[in-house]
Design a protein around this ligand. Structure first.
Ligand code: AMP
Ligand code: GLY
Length: 444
């Protein structure tokens, strides 16, 4: 099979790295790709948002399957256009992509189908939003831009003045453009976050092993939100019982909801959850693989990925035997550029990649890199994702951080606590589920 992967981040490097190992693969293309994908695929210089260019490329190259990495092309209808010319696509059409493209749309769907989520209100003018917030007695409150905002659209506000400022920035100054023309004001949920990714062709569902991302830039979950600073999998805190609950109350109802609304969905539904003491609640839907979640998943999935993605795209996921997983732990640490997630340095020479990648059980995925001649330079906020494997989470952490320390460039930084809070999380979740049991007479 000839496959085209769309995108240029660490997620796409990880997808290409895994797909390149498939015996079913004849050729792998990546558009536009990066210096990492170039090592395993043929990069083609077509932007991920150039919908016409991508359709033309897929036709000209007669690819059998297109795997779409980022959300923008999905929301723009890339999958519909490809399907219209008879090309199989892993990724939903524009209708299904609204689950990520519009927080209002996904909230409506969640509420209509009684899927547990935070209570919220919708506003399309700043005056009524502020008037409502002035009456709020419980803080913090969460303000969310309705549209796509590359991880910058959620603001947790501690009091009214902060909330009023956030509303002005979004709706008056239009800091995120039209993404902020409509907003949601949402109840703040306390608990532990987790991500669940489920492959689906609209009928069959294949839930992947759970992953935990670390969204804040600073250690101990402080500072600004980022696209994700590190990841680990599996998640010892997610007991079988909790996973079962998530499947029954959230994953299956979400996919049924799409079906009942006649929205075709062939791809991955990535559900951001808060495990609260009332049970799991949906924070958000994404309609694509997570970054850096995918890096850990690709390291741990042992089976051939290509037939799984192809079957999802064709509507034949039911025929697939569930994949085998490496039982070991994977920890992925993002090596970032000074300044990220604000404006960051770029153009610094990266050294030590060979040494880091040469270590046993280590794979370094590239995200924000640029190859200039023989040199590899930093070219993004999240530069590399260093993944390590180990029999325990501690061993996987040591493996990843030792390799991280081989890497050298001016302004490099990471969070040193990726996967460090696993025991604490376990305890917290156990306590929450205990409360839940007592509240419901142990009927869970
Ligand atoms: P989202 O893009 O909706 O996942 O939000 C980004 C991050 O903001 C999440 O990963 C959470 O850490 C946080 N967040 C979003 N919604 C809420 C909420 N209702 N309560 C608490 N934290 C939230
Ligand atoms: N790591 C979070 C995301 O991909 O949205």
């Amino acid at each position: 099979m000839k496959v085209l992967v769309v995108g240029s981040g660490g997620r796409e490097h990880a997808l290409c790295w895994k797909l390149a190992q498939s015996p079913l693969l004849t050729e792998l293309l990546c558009a536009p790709g990066n210096a990492g994908t170039e090592t395993v695929a043929r990069n083609v210089d077509v932007a991920a948002t150039d919908i016409k260019g991508l359709v033309k490329l897929a036709q000209a190259e007669a690819v059998d399957l297109v795997v779409v990495g980022p959300e923008d092309p999905l929301v723009m209808g890339l999958a519909d256009k490809l399907r219209a010319v008879g090309i199989d696509v892993f990724g939903p059409g524009a209708a299904g992509s609204q689950l990520e493209g519009s927080k209002g749309f996904s909230k409506d769907l969640l509420e209509r189908h009684r899927i547990p989520t935070a209570a919220s209100r919708r506003f399309d003018r700043s005056g009524p939003a502020k008037a409502y917030l002035e009456t709020c007695k419980v803080w913090p409150q969460v303000i969310k831009a309705d549209g796509l905002a590359a991880g910058k659209g959620v603001i947790i506000c501690e009091d009214y003045p902060e909330a009023a400022r956030a509303i002005d920035q979004l709706m008056e100054e239009r800091k995120l453009g039209k993404a902020g023309d409509r907003i949601l004001v949402e109840e703040f949920l306390e608990g532990e976050e987790a991500s669940v990714l489920a492959l689906t062709d609209g009928e069959a569902i294949l839930i992947l092993e759970p992953v935990v991302d670390h969204k804040r830039v600073g250690e101990d979950d402080t500072g600004l939100n980022t696209g994700g600073m590190g990841v680990y999998s599996p998640t010892p805190s997610m007991s079988k019982r909790l996973l079962h609950q998530i499947e029954q109350r959230i994953v299956i109802p979400s996919i049924h909801a799409l079906r009942r609304e006649e929205i075709e969905f062939r791809g991955v539904l990535f559900i951001g959850l808060m495990i609260t003491d009332q049970g799991p609640r949906v924070l958000e839907y994404n309609v694509r693989f997570g970054d850096p979640e995918t890096q850990a998943i690709m390291r741990r999935i042992k089976s051939d990925l290509l037939p799984i993605l192809a079957a999802t795209a064709k509507g034949e996921l039911a025929d697939i035997t569930p994949p085998e997983w490496d039982k070991r732990f994977c920890v992925g640490v993002i090596a970032a550029s000074e300044g990220y997630p604000g404006s960051y340095r770029r153009g610094d020479r990266i050294r030590g990649l060979k040494a880091a990648s040469g270590r046993e059980d280590v794979v370094v995925f590239q995200a924000g890199t640029a190859k200039v001649g023989d040199e590899l330079l930093t070219d993004g906020g999240r530069v590399l994702c260093v993944t390590g494997m180990g029999e325990s989470i501690e061993a996987a952490r040591d493996c990843a951080y030792e390799a991280y320390d081989d890497l050298k460039w001016a302004g490099k930084f990471c969070r040193r606590d990726i996967g460090a809070r696993v025991e604490g999380r376990k305890e917290h979740i156990r306590k929450m589920l205990g409360n839940l049991d007592r509240g419901s007479n142990g009927a869970e």
